[in-house]
Design a protein around this ligand. Structure first.
Ligand code: ZN
Length: 161
C-alpha cells in the first residue's frame, strides 16, 4: 500500500502535459498501484491521474463502482452525444460545477501488462475517463466550468446560479 500525496490546484505539475509511457515496466505497474491505493484511500475518489501525485506520465485509474480500470497512454478514439452534470476533483476539494461532456466515449489504452485494449463508457464512466484524460493534458474541470459560464453570459436567458 503506497498512498501518495495528492497535488492541489495551484501546483504547477497539474498544468503540464504528461509524457507518453514508452513501455509498461514494473515501475509503471507500481505507479498504477500507487494511483489506485491513493484513489481508494480518499474514500470518495472515482478516478486519479498520475500528474495528481506529481508524476508527469500518461497513466490514469478509474473506478465508478464497477471495478478498477487501469489505463496507460489512454486515447479517446470515438465520442458521441452530450451530457451536462456536476463534477468535482480530488485536487480541488470542496468545489463542484456542471461540465458539458460527451455522453459516450471509446478509449484505447494499454493495460498493466502492456497489452492494448479498448473500453467504451457511458454516463458517469465517460465523464470520469474524460476528466482523467484532461489531467494528462494539464486541464482541470474548472476550465470547462468557466467556459460554460462564459457561454451562459452570452445567452442571458440560459444563465444559471
Ligand atoms: Zn480531477
Amino acid at each position: 500500500m503506497a498512498v501518495k500525496i495528492i497535488r492541489m490546484e495551484g501546483d504547477p505539475v497539474l498544468r503540464q502535459v504528461a509524457k507518453p509511457i514508452p513501455e509498461v515496466t514494473s515501475n509503471i505497474q507500481k505507479l498504477l498501484t500507487d494511483l489506485a491505493d491513493t484513489m481508494y484511500d480518499t474514500g470518495n475518489g472515482i478516478g486519479l491521474a498520475a500528474p495528481q501525485i506529481g508524476i508527469l506520465k500518461r497513466a490514469i485509474v478509474v473506478d465508478v463502482g464497477e471495478g478498477l480500470i487501469e489505463l496507460v497512454n489512454p486515447e479517446v478514439i470515438a465520442s458521441e452525444g452530450e451530457q451536462i452534470g456536476p463534477e468535482g476533483c480530488l485536487s480541488i476539494p470542496g468545489v463542484s460545477g456542471d461540465v458539458l461532456r460527451a455522453n459516450r466515449v471509446s478509449v484505447k489504452a494499454l493495460n498493466r501488462h502492456g497489452e492494448e485494449f479498448e473500453i467504451t463508457g457511458e454516463g458517469m464512466l465517460a465523464r470520469c475517463l474524460l476528466h482523467e484524460i484532461d489531467h494528462l493534458n494539464g486541464i482541470l474541470f474548472t476550465d470547462h466550468v468557466r467556459r460554460m459560464a462564459t457561454g451562459a453570459e452570452q445567452r442571458p436567458g440560459k444563465r444559471k446560479k
